[in-house]
Design a protein around this ligand. Structure first.
Ligand code: PMP
Length: 393
């Protein structure tokens, strides 16, 4: 008889391991305090870095676009799904990023899948940091390219991999700009230097660097002054930009190629016009106010991380608004996350397979919308729970 017993058995195992997580359903809002089961909870796990999800200019742009275009684009980009608002977004985004072109996808995930899945063939080699995001890993899996991994941020190993890659048609080095689980920054200047020495293409995924690093949030390439030396920048429109979507910023030839070859672009309906309009409004807000918003974001992040470190928490390699508290054991990690929720703090527990089995952590994400009172409330609760679990003395 057809059944799903094998799936139920896997779920049972997850429950035994303390890794089963039902969805958390929020009743309201996208600000710092969100309603959960009739109770206000301090949100410390959202990617809404700059608070743009509820920015009045973005909301107005979305409503106006619905009135102008309706709620959907009606098809994939290559048929009737490229509306003037998509085109305008790509033009202004390219001007903002300082690249020849941009191409917008429906999500950051499908951006990586679409680019990597189409541009690499059996004659190419891709060299990837071991801690790169799942969408990069899956994008690489879609290809017949030769694959090489280098240990996280290990430039000696990267050079070794490049040396072994001489005979291939093209060599691509791919890295996250900011690593999503640890909150550390890729050593992009060193990567670029090595790539130039071995004629490799540099590909950076700035999902967590867009709106967070660089002038007005232009990302890691701008942060390090590497314009023109990083060939492919991927950004998401789902985190600091406040909506949903992703994009490639790079050469026109790559854009033209992707329009013809990238499967998520070719075979999936484009962003609704209201979403494209929201993203366009966000780019304009960044151009005008990005610097000020980022100052608040970084002031908050540095204060919060510094205070946790003084209390004795292990914040790993964090150097950005992503601040993990490393706990280790997966079941213990989820218990800490649950206990924090009892105290009014939502801090997502992240465990294997997202991170290594012994590297469970609660991951806190600081935003520009947190007030100092919010942060002090979180610190007080973290200190209380941290002591209970022996994470600090
Ligand atoms: N790349 C990285 C590094 C990410 O952290 C994420 C989001 N988890 C993505 C890509 C995917 O972005 P999106 O949520 O827009 O699909």
């Amino acid at each position: 008889m057809a059944n799903f017993n094998h799936l139920a058995a896997e779920l049972e195992q997850l429950k035994k391991d303390g890794r089963y997580r039902p969805l958390t359903v929020w009743q309201s809002g996208s600000g710092s305090w969100m309603e959960l089961n009739g109770r206000k909870v301090l949100q410390m796990s959202s990617n809404n870095y700059l608070g743009l999800t509820s920015h009045p200019e973005l909301q107005k742009a979305a409503i106006e676009a619905i009135e102008t275009y309706g709620v959907g684009s009606g098809s994939v980009r290559t048929i009737t799904g490229t509306l003037a608002i998509h085109d305008q977004l790509e033009q202004e985004l390219a001007a903002f990023k300082g690249t020849e072109a941009t191409l917008v996808f429906q999500s950051g995930f499908t951006t990586n899948q679409g680019i990597l899945g189409s541009m690499l063939g059996p004659d190419d080699v891709i060299i990837s940091d071991e801690l790169n995001h799942a969408s990069i890993i899956d994008g690489i899996r879609l290809t017949k390219a030769n694959r090489k991994i280098f240990a996280h941020k290990d430039m000696d190993q990267l050079e070794q991999r490049l040396k072994e890659s001489g005979g291939f048609r093209s060599r691509v080095v791919v890295t996250d700009g900011v690593f999503s689980m640890d909150g550390d920054i890729a050593p992009l200047p060193a990567i670029v230097e090595l790539a130039e020495k071995y004629d490799a293409i540099v590909y950076v995924d700035d999902a967590h660097a867009s709106g967070v690093l660089g002038t007005n949030g232009k990302g890691s390439t701008d942060h390090f002054g590497l314009h023109g030396r990083v060939h492919i920048q991927v950004g998401t429109l789902s985190k600091a930009i406040g909506a949903v979507g992703g994009y490639m910023a790079g050469p026109q030839v790559l854009k033209d190629f992707l329009i013809h070859k990238a499967r998520p672009f070719l075979f999936s309906t484009s962003q609704p016009p209201s979403v494209a309009a929201t993203c366009l409004a966000a780019v304009r807000v960044l151009k005008k106010h990005g610097g000020g918003l980022m100052e608040t974001l970084w002031g908050n992040a540095n204060y919060f991380r510094g205070t946790l470190q003084k209390l004795g928490f292990d914040t790993g390699a964090s150097e950005t608004p992503i601040v993990p508290i490393i706990i280790g054991d997966p079941a213990q990690t989820m218990k800490v996350s649950d206990r924090l929720l009892e105290e009014g703090i939502f801090a997502q527990g992240i465990v294997y397979p997202t991170v290594a089995m012994d590297k469970g952590r609660v991951r806190l994400i600081i935003t520009a919308t947190h007030t100092r009172d919010d942060l002090d409330f979180a610190i007080e609760k973290l200190a209380k729970v941290g002591k209970e679990f022996g994470l600090i003395g």
